[in-house]
Write a protein that binds this ligand. Structure first.
Ligand SMILES: [Mg+2]
Length: 483
């Protein structure tokens, strides 16, 4: 890696990964090789889904809802029963919650969630293809229901289930994909370094395969847009890939046993079962990870899979087949820039926390001093030592005043820290703060990344900055008691 490589272009390691041992690198397509212009794309998904709600008889006012790119965030949970959106930390503590656009107070959060033990799986994890628009549509409808009681005679859970259905339909019936393909530059960013990155991996002797849930037509057009003509030798996009698998139905690809079919793309897309192994230049659909390994002779830990979906791409492939994993977190690019811009606040927070610790020590000293004096007073009273008693009482008064002063400073400092933390969070993300943090703790999403993604980065093309045989090591794998 070049020393000049910017932080947003680096690869981050959570578990050591020796690329020398990796024989095949698999890529997801959507949001991995194909980087979407998030706002335009989510706005489109938002509008197409709202249209389905209105067509199904929901109020026409829904058409006035507008997508807000700054509202939702990846890794949030939906409480379908109460109609709330939650951000929880790694210890399942709800750190922020919204009902519609109304933020729940600390007391409301405590009553509803934090004084009972709940399991995160009681809630729906928002990690679909259109996570941001999905969360925001739900928020808008809950808001509408609060402002227009009686207009929609359905439970939050029913609404949410319909939302999932409409999003899936808009995705499958072409409502969204047709628009994307008709104006592809508007919706998909053409990464100028993608071809160079893949060629580097091929040069290092890695086999590359594509494993996407998108259908062939869409995949073909998107990959063509991304790679056709980008390299003199690899003229067609399929030239880069040893195996191409479309309509893979991940996570079922990892958990199920569906067979592979070859798609005869030259013959109206007719299907035939795969019998003798993959052939370069052919296109396959369906399939499962066990058969993929059998046909190729690859072991799970010889495959590195690169995807953006924490569950469908990363958790299932690692859990069930021990594939090595790389998560694409493209929103980190913007967030890291915002975080860096708030460095001064972080320094202030650190200083304030250290001052608070000193004051807490000072307070403890004053408390002990007071207790010691009070014991001496009791003793003097017993002995009727009036001279000492007077002196002790005067000292107690002074110590009490000092104690009070420290207490006041501590209280002020506590408020200052809170306000600095929230000021920093607001600057980074107005509703939810940092993606991988919940307050000062790690977020649940950060924990999933740490547990399942061996490495993570903002873009697939960040690979180009590294040797393809590099040993990625974790910066630190120490427990709190270890030095
Ligand atoms: Mg994807």
């Amino acid at each position: 890696m070049n020393k000049e490589t910017q932080a947003t272009q680096k690869i981050y390691t959570t578990r050591s990964l020796n690329m020398r041992k990796i024989k095949a690198i698999g890529y997801d397509m959507d949001h991995t090789l194909a980087v979407y212009h998030k706002n335009a794309f989510e706005d489109l998904a938002f509008r197409k889904t709202i249209e389905k709600f209105v067509a199904a008889g929901y109020p026409k006012e829904f058409m006035d809802f507008a997508f807000d790119p700054n509202f939702a965030q990846r890794g949030l949970l939906v409480d379908k029963v109460h109609g709330n959106i939650l951000k929880v930390d790694a210890h399942k503590y709800v750190k922020a919650a919204f009902h519609g656009h109304k933020k729940l107070s600390k007391e409301e959060r405590r009553q509803k969630y934090n004084n009972i033990s709940y399991k995160a799986q009681d809630f729906v994890s928002v990690d679909t293809f259109f996570a941001l628009s999905e969360v925001q549509i739900f928020v808008e409808i809950v808001d509408f229901m609060s402002k227009n009681p009686g207009r929609i005679d359905k439970s939050f859970a029913e609404i949410y289930d319909e939302l999932r259905l409409f999003i899936d339909t808009a995705h499958r019936d072409g409502s969204i994909k047709d628009v994307v393909l008709s104006n592809i530059e508007k919706y998909i960013y053409k990464d100028p370094h993608l071809s160079e990155t893949l060629v580097r991996q091929l040069d290092a002797g890695k086999k590359i395969f594509l494993l996407t849930n998108s259908g062939f037509e869409y995949t073909n057009q998107v990959m063509n847009y991304l790679l056709a003509g980008a390299d003199d030798f690899y003229e067609n996009w399929q030239d880069y890939f040893e195996i191409v698998i479309v309509s893979s139905r991940k996570p079922l690809f990892f958990s199920g046993k569906q067979p592979f079919f070859r798609i005869h793309t030259e013959n109206k897309g007719l299907l035939s079962p795969l019998k003798d192994g993959f052939q370069k230049g052919h296109v396959y659909c369906g399939g499962n990870a066990a058969s993929l390994q059998d046909f190729t002779g690859l072991r799970g830990d010889e495959i590195l899979y690169v995807g953006d979906h924490i569950y469908g791409d990363i958790m299932t492939s690692k859990d069930l087949f021990n594939w090595r994993t790389c998560l694409i977190v493209d929103e980190l690019e913007e967030e890291m820039t915002r975080v860096a811009a708030q460095d001064h606040l972080k320094a202030k927070i650190k200083m304030a926390i250290s001052e608070k610790e000193d004051l807490e020590d000072a307070m403890q000293t004053k408390k002990s001093e007071l207790a010691r004096h009070r014991r001496a007073i009791a003793k003097a009273k017993k002995k009727q030592d009036l001279a000492s008693l007077e002196k002790l009482k005067a000292s107690v008064e002074t110590i009490e005043q000092e104690h009070m002063a420290v207490e006041q400073r501590l209280r002020r400092l506590g408020k200052d820290i809170k306000s600095l933390v929230s000021q920093r969070e607001m600057a980074i993300h107005p509703s939810w703060g940092e993606l991988m943090r919940a307050g000062l703790e790690r977020s649940r999403f950060a924990d999933q990344v740490r547990d399942y993604a061996c490495i993570y980065m903002t873009r697939a093309s960040n690979f180009r900055h590294y040797s393809q045989n590099k040993l990625f090591m974790t910066a630190s794998d120490t427990l709190p008691h270890e030095k």
